[in-house]
Design a protein around this ligand. Structure first.
Ligand SMILES: Nc1ncnc2c1ncn2[C@@H]1O[C@H](COP(=O)(O)OP(=O)(O)O)[C@@H](O)[C@H]1O
Ligand SMILES: [Mg+2]
Length: 360
């Protein structure tokens, strides 16, 4: 099998502003037809990374390659307009004085008939054909977004860089536009690097997620892997609420009110955090406070008292104060489960759903 060359590859990109390193040794690659999401909290360096790839910002160190050829490194710098990169940002701004057709044709050259064919093809693909002669101010936000996508894709960019492109849209519209955008991008076979701070968006769009924190990539992989094999507490917490139970390790085990947990490779005496998502806390419905029936899977149940229960639509959120230390644990249950405050219930933690991390 020949090695596949990534469409876009960045190696060890670094960038400081006023002595503060905001992007540190960021490396990743995107294959043709693949969507990679740079996901992370506001200020973690996502946009700066994207701007260096676009060439509107220069890196202090590192290199950027397209199809194996250097676009930028210590010695070379390809100007933005020569990079064959398409851009889509939140404030995408179509040209107001140009029609939809003229907007989409803006970056095209070659024979007029050929340009027209490309414009019609793309507008059909984003379902905007009937607006071909309209002007941007006649279009809704979602429609403008679709035209912006067509405009960015018209010159057949090798790579599309998208920076929070959907955050200006309202919720219901956003899901629809995301799905449609993804279909169009997949059809075009472009490599896509999408920046977002929303885990839902990354899960929905990405083939691969690069989770960023403080200028660095913390973890990279398929959404399923990042969600189910997170590297640390931050990586768990980025995707959902979490509960944390602390314990000390003795003989690669930690003893808790929920029974023993494995802590392989953690030295005796070290502290660990057991991190568990609210949907993975087991509630002993049947026995209604009559005490535990321990199983190896569930460990030992511990008793807590309901503090409050809220119906959230798809699920109910129940807050417990635990008998053993007064700590609060939050559990979610599908559909409606609204026990009254004061009710004692037994909670358990599934061993295959929790994560054990050393502290510090
Ligand atoms: N041109 C700039 N001058 C100074 N600081 C900047 C500049 N651009 C970005 N920063 C800083 O770099 C950090 C990362 O910014 P950015 O890449 O925009 O983060 P993100 O897109 O993840 O929210 C922030 O602290 C931001 O204030
Ligand atoms: Mg940003």
């Amino acid at each position: 099998m020949p090695e596949l060359t990534p469409r876009l590859e960045i190696r060890d990109l670094c960038r400081s502003f006023a002595g503060v390193e905001v992007v540190r040794n960021v490396s990743l690659s995107v294959m043709p037809g693949q969507v990679t999401c740079l996901l992370g909290p506001s200020g973690c360096g996502k946009s700066t990374t994207l701007r260096m790839i676009a060439g509107v910002e220069t890196q202090d160190r590192g290199s950027i390659l397209m199809d194996g050829k250097v676009l930028a490194d210590d010695r070379q710098f390809t100007p933005p307009e020569a990079r064959r990169i398409g851009l889509m940002f939140q404030d995408f701004a179509l040209f107001p004085h140009l029609s939809v057709a003229e907007n989409v044709a803006f970056g095209l050259d070659g024979p007029k008939a050929q340009q027209r064919a490309r414009v019609e093809e793309l507008l059909a693909r984003v379902e905007m054909s009937r607006h071909i002669d309209n002007y941007p101010h006649h279009l809704s936000g979602g429609e403008q977004q679709r035209v912006a996508l067509a405009r960015a894709l018209a010159p057949r960019p090798r790579v599309m860089l998208m920076d929070e492109p959907f955050s200006g849209l309202d919720n219901r519209l956003r899901d629809e536009i995301r799905d449609q955008t993804l279909d169009v991008l997949k059809d075009e076979g472009t490599a896509v690097l999408l920046v977002t701070h929303e885990p839902d968006e990354a899960m929905r769009m990405a083939d691969e997620i690069a989770l960023m924190r403080g200028g660095e990539i913390l973890q990279q992989g398929a959404p399923y892997n990042i969600y189910n094999a997170p590297r640390d507490k931050f990586a768990v917490a980025f995707f959902s609420d979490i509960n944390v139970i602390r314990g000390r390790v003795q003989g690669a085990l930690t003893e808790t009110p929920f029974g023993q947990f494995l802590a392989p490779g953690v030295p005796d005496g070290a502290e660990v955090e057991i991190v568990i998502r609210p949907q993975h806390i087991g509630i002993d419905f049947d026995r209604e406070g009559r005490g535990p029936l321990p199983t190896p899977q569930q460990g030992t149940p511990a008793r807590g008292v309901v503090q409050r229960a809220r119906f959230m639509g798809n699920e109910s959120l129940v807050e417990f104060r635990m008998d053993h230390d007064g700590s609060i644990l939050r559990a979610t249950v599908p559909n409606v489960f609204l026990p009254r405050p004061g009710k004692p219930l037994w909670l358990s933690i599934r061993r295959d759903r929790c994560f054990v991390f050393p502290v510090g």
